[in-house]
Design a protein around this ligand. Structure first.
Ligand code: 6PG
Length: 245
């Protein structure tokens, strides 16, 4: 099932997404005693993280029962300005009482294949014999249709064996490590967070255009039986067809 919610602006988008994540955390902890979430990289999640890390919302989550994973990472050390982990640490993880052992970081400082194998092992260690079904996976979308580090024209979007792969992305001039559709489409819920006029064309193509994940990797995200929720701002939604009625 795919739901689309349009919020007025980036602030309203961050607020609505933070509230939604808190609800999902409370429901998962009540049902299973634990909430597992994969964070997204890029710039759009910053505001969301800051809202999650501030009262009243930060007080509504039992952080001791939260496990944080990552959807993708750049091959840089954890203190590098380009590190998704660093962004998450500065805007969320260092501001809430989450036990350090509950933060499952992608090791962008390791050689690519080693880092991918390491993260596959971290997922297995956490989920034990169960399929790695995260409660929530947060994703962004680039104006070229990439999501996590599944880029157009590359192979990771077609991966069917491994849950985590490393791939050189010439477009950004670096290696990236990413969850593959194998893990993404196991999630109970995938939340796409998309803001800004620069994304409007691609959002229209991804949601209303023909299915072509090789060109628009965000289209590969179809969790079953999980759900997809697109939380977008009005600028990003500007080219979507008006809802019926
Ligand atoms: C990354 C991300 C990537 C991101 C999009 C959107 O590591 O860069 O995980 O998939 O979500 O590029 O980025 P913005 O939010 O900065 O537009």
């Amino acid at each position: 099932m795919t739901a689309i919610r349009v919020l007025a602006d980036p602030q309203a988008l961050a607020e609505a997404t933070a509230r939604h994540v808190v609800e999902q955390a409370q429901a998962a902890i009540a049902a299973r005693g634990v909430f597992s979430i994969a964070l997204s990289g890029g710039s759009t999640p910053r505001e969301l993280h800051l809202k999650l890390a501030s009262p009243p919302l930060s007080d509504q989550v039992e952080w001791a029962h939260v496990h944080v994973f990552f959807g993708d990472e750049r091959f840089v050390p954890p203190d590098d300005p380009q590190s998704n982990y660093r962004m998450a640490r500065e805007t969320l993880l260092s501001r809430v009482p989450i036990p350090p052992e509950n933060v499952h970081r992608m090791r962008g400082e390791l050689p690519p294949e080693e880092a991918a194998a390491d993260y596959e092992r971290q997922l297995k260690e956490f989920f034990k014999d169960e399929p790695p079904r995260l409660d929530v996976i947060l994703l962004g979308m680039g104006d070229n249709g990439h999501t996590a580090s599944l880029f157009p024209g590359l192979t990771a979007v077609h991966e069917q064996q491994r849950g985590v792969v490393a791939e050189y992305v010439a477009e950004v001039g670096m290696w990236r490590i990413t969850l593959t559709p194998l893990v993404i489409n196991l999630a109970r819920e995938v939340i796409f967070l998309v803001a800004g006029a620069a994304k409007a064309d691609m959002l229209h193509q991804v949601l209303e255009g023909p299915y072509a994940p090789a060109e628009r990797p965000a289209q590969i995200v179809r969790p079953a039986p999980g759900e997809v929720v697109w939380l977008v701002d009005a600028a990003a939604a500007a080219k979507l067809s008006p809802p019926p009625g």
